[in-house]
Design a protein around this ligand. Structure first.
Ligand SMILES: [Fe+2]
Length: 341
């Protein structure tokens, strides 16, 4: 009797799933290079709201792109979530994303933060800023990325390697603003002003400034946010010495980059994938998605983390993320020629 009841229940559950499957919305396979617990909370809410099960496959950025590429037509991937427009562009170039149209996404996400044909959509923003030692730098004298190449900053600049996609995107934005010759000249100036050979990540540059190895670091905002949020006394000591400058407020604005997502070329659950992206662009999801990593939401008007709010508003460069994404390869060549290791 009991067995029979169980069997009946299982059959019903299966029928429910089948119904959802027939409507094309039973599950969505999400390949993500973001590894934050808050993301998982978001996916659970999506499951609860829609009945669409989220299967999460985590991996490193470039590895996920390569995996989807090699899985080709058999790829179960529906959505790719990754970081930096340079990388989203690489995914697009690799032919693993398909363009999608969605009124909800086009309405919610500002045009400069998404690929014009709908291959990918920025979901959170990070600004590439200058973090300076308050004892050594008068912020009024350091106003732009261009300033980093000026002779007075010789031996004072800390910035990571040109192999890093964030710097490639920054140089890609410089290319759009100034063209190749001036960008190379700028890169050469930055190299001449480096306090040391590029090493480590953005956090290491920030720590280097606090330790007096240089006076100004180039960093994404969320690395500074993480240090500021840390309860460790040594991190608090670092942050207390430092200030943050949003470059180019007098002209084109500060370079911002995105973490974002696109629908996979061979998505078996395309409708669910689009719904999933639309959900991530809702104000409630945006708040959680951005806050978990001290980023800015892509959707305007959504509240930011108090630490991020404390830095104040800033003018951002509204160059389309796809433009500096596309400039990625040329940016790397230019930095290479300039001797940026
Ligand atoms: Fe990062």
């Amino acid at each position: 009797m009991f067995k029979g009841t169980r069997g009946w229940m299982t059959a019903t559950f299966g029928a429910v799933l089948l119904t959802a499957g027939a409507a094309g919305a039973a599950e969505v396979n999400v390949y993500s290079a973001r590894h934050y617990d808050v993301d998982k909370t978001l996916y659970e809410t999506f499951e609860k709201n829609t009945g669409i099960k989220v299967n999460l496959i985590e991996g490193k950025d470039d590895e996920l792109i390569e995996r989807i590429r090699s899985e080709a037509a058999n790829s179960p991937a529906d959505v790719l979530i990754t970081v930096d427009a340079g990388r989203l562009w690489r995914a697009q170039e690799a032919g693993i994303l398909q363009p999608i149209r969605s009124e909800a996404l086009e309405k919610a996400i500002p045009a400069h933060l998404r690929e014009p044909e709908g291959h990918w959509f920025g979901l959170s923003k990070r600004a590439r800023v200058l973090v300076y030692n308050k004892d050594a730098v008068e912020p009024a004298k350091l106003k732009s990325y261009e300033d980093l190449a000026a002779p007075e900053w010789k031996g004072r600049v800390l910035v990571r390697s040109s192999t890093n996609v964030y710097n490639q995107s920054l140089a890609g934005a410089m290319l759009a603003a100034h063209g190749p010759e001036k960008t190379e000249e700028w890169a050469r100036g930055v190299v001449e002003n480096m306090a040391r050979k590029p090493q480590g990540g953005d956090t290491d540059q920030i720590k280097g400034v606090a330790a007096g190895e240089g006076d100004v670091a180039v960093s994404n905002t969320y690395y500074f946010g993480r240090l500021a949020a840390s309860q460790k006394p040594e991190d608090q000591a670092i942050v207390s010495k430092l200030g943050i400058i949003f470059p180019n407020q007098g002209d084109r604005g500060t370079h911002v980059n995105v973490s974002g997502a696109g629908v996979a070329k061979n998505a078996p659950n395309k409708d669910a994938a689009v719904k999933f992206l639309e959900y991530l662009a809702t104000p409630a999801a945006q708040k959680v998605f951005a806050e978990g990593n001290y980023e800015y939401p892509a959707v305007p008007g959504v509240e930011v983390h108090p630490i991020v709010a404390g830095w104040g508003p800033f003018k951002e460069d509204e160059l389309n993320a796809a433009v500096y994404g596309k400039n990625n390869a040329e940016a790397l060549k230019v930095m290479d020629r300039a001797g940026w290791k």
